[in-house]
Design a binder for this molecule. Structure first.
Ligand code: PLP
Length: 219
């Protein structure tokens, strides 16, 4: 039987759910469609995928409003670095943001959600590898930052997100995110991509973000 890459990834996730004692469908697969245009995304929508991730507000605005007209139950996840001047557009287009990582962004998102009367699901991004070029709050500041997001900005942070360094064993990073999540009462863990989502699930991921395993390599 000819199986699409999307269904293959879903089946792999289901196997991981089974071996880690989770219920089928408990782990949320976010299909990362960055750099791909509507002609590539539509077949995956037709296949049944409804949760998609993008890393640029501008790029997402160019394709998703039209796609959402055809598939109005799509849940769109912002997984890239955010700038406060894009907070309005981000809140308007996205349903979930994974990348809250500093006070300025927390304040801007809070203000926009109030203004637009819209409540998004929110994750705080943690820079578990302490990489200079990478977004995310440092692990040392993460618990305090989540508390501040809640108390000072009134944001309901329900999860943590990380992107381990490209050239390192991801396990210790996933373990660290899980530990921090427990410390700040964040039940959701957004971690794991095409190369390591199985490992991430072993370490307790609730959301995995998979692009190239579904769409092929990005150009
Ligand atoms: C691109 C991207 C992914 C998907 O990566 P793949 O290796 O293509 O699965 C996941 N998370 C983030 C934050 C990304 O930018």
């Amino acid at each position: 039987m000819d199986q699409t890459a999307y269904h293959e990834v879903l089946a792999n996730i289901e196997k991981c759910e089974d071996s880690s004692g989770k219920n089928p469908g408990e782990i949320e697969l976010i299909v990362v469609s960055k750099t791909f245009q509507a002609d590539k995304i539509l077949p995956v929508l037709k296949d049944g995928a409804r949760r998609f991730g993008e890393n640029r507000v501008q790029e997402a605005m160019g394709k998703w409003p039209e796609l959402k007209k055809q598939y109005d139950d799509v849940e769109l996840h912002m997984i890239g670095p955010l700038q406060s001047n894009k907070a309005g557009d981000a809140v308007e287009l996205f349903d979930v943001i994974h990348t809250i990582d500093r006070d300025k962004i927390a304040a801007a998102i809070a203000k926009e959600m109030q203004k637009q009367g819209k409540k998004l699901k929110l994750f705080v991004q943690v820079n578990t590898g302490g990489e200079k070029q990478k977004a995310g709050i440092s692990p040392e500041e993460a618990v305090e930052f989540v508390a501040r997001c809640r108390s000072k900005f009134g944001l309901q942070i329900t999860g943590l997100m990380c992107i381990p360094p490209f050239d390192e064993n991801p396990g210790p990073h996933f373990a660290l995110l899980r530990k921090l999540g427990a410390q700040c009462d964040c039940e959701n863990l957004s971690m794991g991509m095409s190369a390591d989502f199985k490992t991430a699930i072993e370490f307790g991921a609730t959301h995995v973000r998979v692009g190239s395993a579904i769409f092929g390599e990005r150009g």
